[in-house]
Write a protein that binds this ligand. Sequence first.
Ligand code: 5RP
Length: 230
Amino acid sequence: MIGEQQSEKKLAGEEAVKFIETGMIVGLGTGSTVRYTIEKLAQRIHNEGLEIKGVSTSTSTTALSEELGIPLLSLSDTDEIDVTIDGADEIDPQLNGIKGGGGALLFEKIVSATSKKNIWVADSGKIVSKLGAFPLPVEVVPFGFRQVYNTLKSERFNPVARETDGKRYVTDNGNWIIDLHLGKIHDPVALESRLNGLPGVVENGLFLNRVNTVITAKNGSIKTTVTSNN
Ligand code: 5RP
């Protein structure tokens, strides 16, 4: 028996596979919701003969895809991805969001920018009226970490260096993460531009105007929301 949140993740994650057709190049996101997508995709490959190639966004997704027999393509070997399916940490009514709770924000953003269509899959707890309660991840080059941290602190962004088991969290790219405890983000566009303008910042977890379709689930029902975002 899985809990309510896991059951929502499973319903939403598996539903997204309906958008995948033979011949597609598919961006594979990272996290516990998209894990259900990847597992379902593997079932369709093995049971129905679905032919796709995946582009992975993290070492964990690469390992899972290889284990399940999903053929992978390196991002450097393709100019375009047909559709990317990924999770999110917060999603607002405009389908803007925060990602990077799992630390894969840089590759996730590059893959989403390469993708003609982007789908997010999420449990109902990820839907918010305004972004910012979830700490916003900022990926930083270790060389400039102290300077970026000090600037973020002086600008009252409430920075916290991410750690796991008492040690500095290191991304797949060898960078470090600072989580900003903002409460509410009033102007996400201005914030994204300010953060990415700081020397040493590689990327931030704001995903604005990137997602076309969000699939969530609640009380056993699936809800698919579509916008005209590119
Ligand atoms: C990883 C992410 C994840 O997609 C996000 O954290 C959601 O994860 P989950 O599906 O486990 O709730 O952005 O960098």
